[in-house]
Design a protein around this ligand. Structure first.
Ligand SMILES: NC(=O)c1ccc[n+]([C@@H]2O[C@H](COP(=O)([O-])OP(=O)(O)OC[C@H]3O[C@@H](n4cnc5c(N)ncnc54)[C@H](O)[C@@H]3O)[C@@H](O)[C@H]2O)c1
Length: 332
């Protein structure tokens, strides 16, 4: 099947495109290269432009009338940046996405898979969240994800649009072939900061927040290997109609995580197991940091036949392998 992947030059979109290609499908990439890397798309059709550009969407559909579905990974994704520039985030993540969706529906390309986020959930005392758990996103970025999910559900109810919104938890690692990965040399997320400390690029890895109400006082996350995440998209494409039919809805939301919470101290221990000792220090929580959550993933198993297969150590080893290869692929 041929699949349009917006943001397909980015970290997750390029990994999804690799998984699609390995499963015998044909990715067609649309990316404005504002963050993605051209090198991550080699071998596939790449359209450079804005996914909110209706004329460009019509042009792509004209050249690929057999598009089976769209996977919408394109977005602005940096949380502090979304606090400083909320208009840009609502414009790109919500308004431009609506232009894309409306154009696709008008052209009869109604299967839409949306990259949403586990950051839409309200804190839960048990740390477990399922798809019906209350929502309370804490940043403009996360609110754009919630708002677009809601708009998609409304549009699906009133038109031919059919939607699967996938709520990713915390992706780590790279594709096994190391064809693509994170673009930045110093990713700001926790595993990126650990890799930087292991490399000696920063003095130490700072555990931000040691007094939180978790089992060891540090923040808790559900780290899911990006290759597992990518495989879930292949399943979502292949089972799209069946999954929505089984659920009896026009639009469905599905968690993608491992079903296990890992604290920062546990992540550090795993990292040291894989890579050796890392200098560690402790500091106060960063403003706006969530205590954390892990995903109930029963719905993904039921509707997509998907569960994560790779473990935390695999994700860490993969992130380290990508760190060694990154500059060669990205060319920076
Ligand atoms: N990385 C995470 O931790 C995480 C977690 C949950 C959800 N997500 C979601 O997954 C998706 C992919 O995230 P990522 O980590 O790969 O980010 P990324 O920045 O690597 O990829 C996003 C891609 O979208 C492109 N893009 C941005 N605006 C565009 C526009 N207007 N038109 C065309 N292309 C545009 C960028 O150039 C980039 O290649 C995003 O929707 C993000 O919100 C990511």
């Amino acid at each position: 099947m041929k699949v349009l992947v917006t943001g397909g030059a980015g970290y997750i979109g390029s990994t999804v495109a690799t998984a699609l290609a390995e499963a015998g499908h044909v990715p067609v990439v649309l990316d404005d290269l504002s963050r993605g890397a051209r090198a991550f798309t080699r071998g596939w059709d790449l359209y450079v432009g804005d996914y909110g550009d209706r004329a460009l969407i019509r042009h792509i559909i004209g050249e690929h009338p057999d598009l089976h579905a769209t996977i919408h990974c394109g977005a602005k994704i940096v949380v502090p940046d979304s606090v400083a520039h909320p208009y840009d985030y609502y414009l790109t993540n919500v308004s431009r996405s609506l232009e894309l969706v409306d154009e696709l529906v008008q052209r009869g390309k109604a299967r839409f898979i949306f990259s949403s986020s586990g950051s839409v959930y309200a804190p839960s005392d048990s740390f477990e969240v399922h798809e019906e758990s209350p929502l309370a996103p804490t940043s403009p970025y996360a609110r754009t994800k919630m708002v677009l999910e809601m708009a998609l559900a409304d549009i699906a109810a009133g038109t031919d649009l059919r939607v699967i919104s996938l709520r990713y938890f915390n992706p780590i690692g790279a594709s096994p072939s190391l064809r693509s990965g994170t673009r930045d040399a110093l990713p700001s997320h926790v595993l990126g900061r650990l890799v930087a400390a292991a490399r000696g690029d920063v003095e130490s890895f700072v555990i931000t927040g040691t007094d939180l109400p978790t089992r060891d006082g540090t923040g808790l996350r559900d780290y899911v290997h990006v290759w597992d995440l990518a495989r879930a998209h292949v399943a979502a494409v292949e089972r799209f109609d069946d999954a929505l039919q089984q659920d009896g809805v026009a639009s469905s939301v599905i968690n993608l995580g491992t079903g296990q919470g890992v604290t920062v101290r546990e992540l550090v221990a795993a990292f040291e197991r894989v890579s050796g000792p890392v200098p560690i220090s402790e500091g106060p929580p960063r403003p706006g940091d969530a205590i954390g959550a892990w995903a109930n993933v029963d719905k993904a198993a039921r509707l997509l036949g998907w569960r994560s297969e790779l473990g935390l150590d695999d994700g860490i080893a993969s992130a380290l392998a990508w760190d060694r290869r990154r500059a060669e692929v990205v060319g920076e």
